[in-house]
Design a protein around this ligand. Structure first.
Ligand code: AHG
Ligand code: MN
Ligand code: MN
Length: 341
């Protein structure tokens, strides 16, 4: 063993924890209540992470037998993650409303007259739970200057978010948080039980290298989508510059694309006439993070962040990641619609 290496790693200075990072930027990027909210989300993330890590041992694998508001089978871990997020945020003292993929209606949180509205997908990529593959939690944060009274008060464009983030329960647990100015990534150190700053100020690489799309939906795609994918494949004619990677957990696919330089596509198709992904708690947070990291998003002809939702569980076509890969989609989408198809 190389003694110099072991000595230097022993003396490695401790990294910044999530809490220290938030505290260090109070008054700059975080006011007291946002700082407290993010700290609480970090706690919920650690609780969900520990449940995910024990899946299969503590009987949380499998379906509950219920079907959720989207008509999908509810996994036990979906319910556990939802309950954890709801209970922790309800007690945070700074939230006035919550909306979750797993709750048909929004939740009014009694207490303050103003505060934050948090929309979240407690567990994204549920179909990957029982095969021990990456899953995650996605959230978006809005400020409400007065207490919301009806669902309509929460149907706000994603542009109004003050921050958004996600957690990935993968080969490690990572917590990514963005405001309009920057994106930071923290990794859970299991020995200390703390999130430590691991990738400060994340940005997308400039070059597009990876395409994430479920190509077995191609028979249902609109023609322009097939043409766009064919055009991308042509880039590999002489030399492999693009590869395909699709986990089937939007959030995990997004994270890999953010690090490696990729795009994620889920078009409107014959089976999903308004798209499959949910605007408020899946697409908006990831679009917000993508843009803060120098990437782009579109629903076809503009950012999902500019859409005003009609309902809490609204779906949309969604394309997000490296600019080149999103701009290509907008070109093909635009050509087809301007041809009147
Ligand atoms: P959820 O598990 O929260 O219902 O979301 C699943 C989503 C997304 O994570 C994933 O990329 C996509 O559905 C996969 O859909 P297909 O199986 O149609 O590819
Ligand atoms: Mn999801
Ligand atoms: Mn989910």
């Amino acid at each position: 063993m190389d003694n110099s290496t072991s000595r230097s790693s022993l003396h490695e200075p401790p990294r910044t924890t999530l809490t220290q990072h938030i505290l260090s930027q109070r008054g700059l990027r975080f006011n007291e209540r946002l700082a407290s909210l993010l700290t609480q989300i970090g706690v919920a993330a650690k609780m969900i992470s520990s449940q995910v890590r024990r899946a299969g041992i503590i009987e949380v694998w499998g379906e509950t037998g219920d079907v959720n508001v989207q008509g999908e089978d509810v996994q036990k871990l979906d319910m556990i993650a939802n309950e954890t997020f709801v209970q922790v945020l309800k007690r945070s003292g700074c939230v006035v409303a919550l909306a979750s993929e797993e709750e048909e209606d929004w939740i009014s949180v009694e207490g303050e007259e103003n505060g934050y509205f948090v929309a979240f997908d407690p567990l994204d990529g549920s179909s990957n739970i029982e095969v021990s593959t990456s899953i995650g939690t996605i959230f978006g944060i809005y400020y409400c200057s007065t207490r919301p009274k009806t669902e309509a008060d929460l149907l706000r464009p994603g542009r109004e978010m003050v921050g958004a983030g996600y957690v990935i329960y993968g080969s490690s647990t990572v917590f990514v948080y963005a405001d309009a100015t920057r994106v930071d990534c923290f990794t859970l150190d299991p020995t200390y039980g703390e999130f430590l700053l691991s990738r400060p100020q994340l940005t997308f690489p400039a070059a597009l290298t990876t395409i994430s799309v479920n190509e077995y939906n191609q028979p249902y795609w609109p023609q322009w989508m097939c043409q766009a994918i064919d055009r991308l494949k042509e880039r590999n004619r002489d030399k492999r510059v693009l590869t395909g990677r699709h986990i089937g957990s939007l959030v995990a696919d997004f994270h890999r694309n953010l690090i490696k330089g990729g795009v994620y596509y889920y078009p409107v198709d014959r089976n999903n006439k308004r798209g499959k992904l949910r605007l408020i708690y899946e697409c908006n947070p990831l679009a917000f993070i993508a843009r803060a990291a120098g990437g782009l998003d579109t629903w076809g002809a503009g950012s999902v962040l500019d859409l005003t939702p009609d309902e809490l569980h609204q779906r949309t076509g969604f394309y997000v990641g490296v600019r080149d890969g999103v701009e290509l989609i907008e070109r093909y989408f635009n050509e087809e619609t301007s041809n009147g198809e």
